[in-house]
Design a protein around this ligand. Structure first.
Ligand code: NAP
Length: 266
């Protein structure tokens, strides 16, 4: 889907999980991909595999919540591939110890989650947009979450970060629409990634729980990183040229359900 030949695409958290699916999807569609990640082993392995398969990719070690790292990541994409056409702000964290209410959340824990899940989207966009402008336009795709729309208990920082990403998406879309820079968001449902596997493993019955979580989605399964990549390829393509400031739930129907969904109508 889509022809990204000659396009430079930056994927944060691009070495594992949803980010890996995004990096693979854009590389296969012809893009030159800059994988930005802190997981050296995974990033190295993915970059080598993509190159061995004849695709164009590099990786940059950067903590995207830090301004200097974010700027360096964008500078590396420009140096290698001439600029940035598409930025996918995907890196995000939901640490195991963060399932607490606001009284129990620490300032440090709050700042780390907001830093990676929200501030990094701002930083990466700040440094990428001048290059998009120079190239006549571009697309920013923010990976948010269904938790930006509704919340589960005990995730104050995560839920706030994802709601913030959706607000930032709408704001940036307005600020840059006249310059042909579109800004959109994707809200994944449960996707089979290391983040989700870690949570399931901590609960003790990994495969069983992942299957159970899949059953909560009307389509009857958890999503795969490729499900998110396919949506991103469309949103980044010229076929989506009239879509900006919008979010797309890629969630197997999860957000379509009401609390009364399992009740039988009289
Ligand atoms: P994941 O499996 O944990 O993969 C995330 C990748 O990002 C990892 O390689 C991680 O490295 C890297 N990373 C973490 N912090 C970083 C930082 N500061 N700078 C650069 N790279 C960093 O996560 P995922 O499940 O694919 O989630 C990706 C995004 O989708 C997140 O924004 C998440 O909130 C969102 N999302 C996921 C789901 C889901 O069900 N999986 C649902 C809704 C939304 P390390 O492993 O070394 O930390």
């Amino acid at each position: 889907m889509g022809n990204f030949n000659g396009r430079s695409v930056v994927v944060t958290g691009g070495a594992q999980g949803i980010g890996r699916g995004l990096s693979e999807g854009f590389a296969r569609a012809g893009a030159s991909v800059t994988i930005v990640d802190i997981d050296k082993a995974s990033a190295n392995q993915l970059t080598e595999t993509l190159r061995d398969d004849g695709f164009t990719a590099q990786w940059v070690f950067a903590d995207v919540s830090r301004a200097a790292d974010a700027e360096r990541a964008i500078t590396s994409a420009i140096a290698a591939y001439g600029g940035v056409d598409v930025l996918v702000n995907n890196a995000g964290i939901q640490p195991m110890g963060s399932y607490v209410n606001v009284e129990a959340e620490t300032e440090e824990g709050w700042d780390r989650i907001i830093g990676v899940n929200l501030k990094a989207h701002f930083l990466m966009s700040k440094y990428a947009i001048p290059s998009m402008r120079e190239r006549g336009g571009g697309v920013v795709i923010n990976i948010a979450s269904v938790q930006g729309l509704q919340s589960q208990p005990l995730v104050p920082a995560y839920a706030a970060s994802k709601g913030g990403v959706l607000s930032l998406t709408r704001n940036m879309a307005l600020d840059y629409a006249s310059e042909n820079i579109r800004v959109v968001a994707i809200n994944p449902g449960t996707i089979d990634t290391p983040m989700v596997r870690t949570q399931a493993l901590a609960a003790g019955n990994e495969d069983e729980l992942v299957e159970q979580w899949g059953g909560l989605h009307p389509i009857g399964r958890v999503g795969q990183p490729s499900d998110i990549a396919n949506a991103a390829l469309f949103l980044a393509s010229d076929q989506a040229s009239f879509i900006t400031g919008e979010h797309l739930c890629v969630d197997g129907g999860f957000m379509a359900q009401g609390a009364w969904a399992s009740e039988t109508a009289d």
